[in-house]
Design a protein around this ligand. Sequence first.
Ligand code: SAH
Length: 214
Amino acid sequence: MMISNGQSRVKRLIQQLEELGITNKEVLRVIANTPRHLFMPESLAHKAYENTALPIGNGQTISQPLMVATMTQLLMQHNCKNVLEIGTGSGYQTAVLAQLVDKVFSVERIATLQYQAKRRMRQLDLHNVSMRHGDGWKGWRSKGPFDGIIVTAAASDIPQDLVDQLADGGVMIIPVGEQNESQSLVVMRRFGDSLEQQRIGDVRFVPLVKGDVI
Ligand code: SAH
């Protein structure tokens, strides 16, 4: 299904992203080619190319396109090849990454969301994605180390397991902060045993939940 005026809506979104500081042409090309309307309930598809987060059920959201673009652009600056994503959600960020890197590993704690995301990867012929139903605080140790880690939910503090699974020279993009308080987007890099952290700006994400998977 193609929504009416789909092409012009996509063009407008790309223009907005450019105006808001997204300069990586590859990232813009992939966002332009990824049908975001397939990653949400059909009743919201008319809003798919607006620059807003939208509800996807289970109290979760598909991230704002600007946030997906910003985090992806940050990862691509570091030439990442195998990437761990925490918080699959709709699978939209996963699909964008899958078109830019060699291999994506994605962990989600809510089984129904993971199931739908898996179906979307098949539908879009994205076969370089592996998904796991599990607790993102623990990462995915057997598949690491990763040269890129991207967390799409806000962590109260930086999960030590994720730091341990970051390759030498690798980069982690993670929103840090409590829910309902200001959260910062943190870029962490590993150089041997030393870690370097940079805060990029204020963001708002659903929380990276502690506890059992559902
Ligand atoms: N990138 C996704 C964002 C989804 S919102 C998208 O654009 O659709 C964040 C996701 O993180 C939610 O699906 C939520 O269930 C998941 N999440 C929260 N805590 C988690 C945890 N501890 N482990 C794995 N996934 C988690």
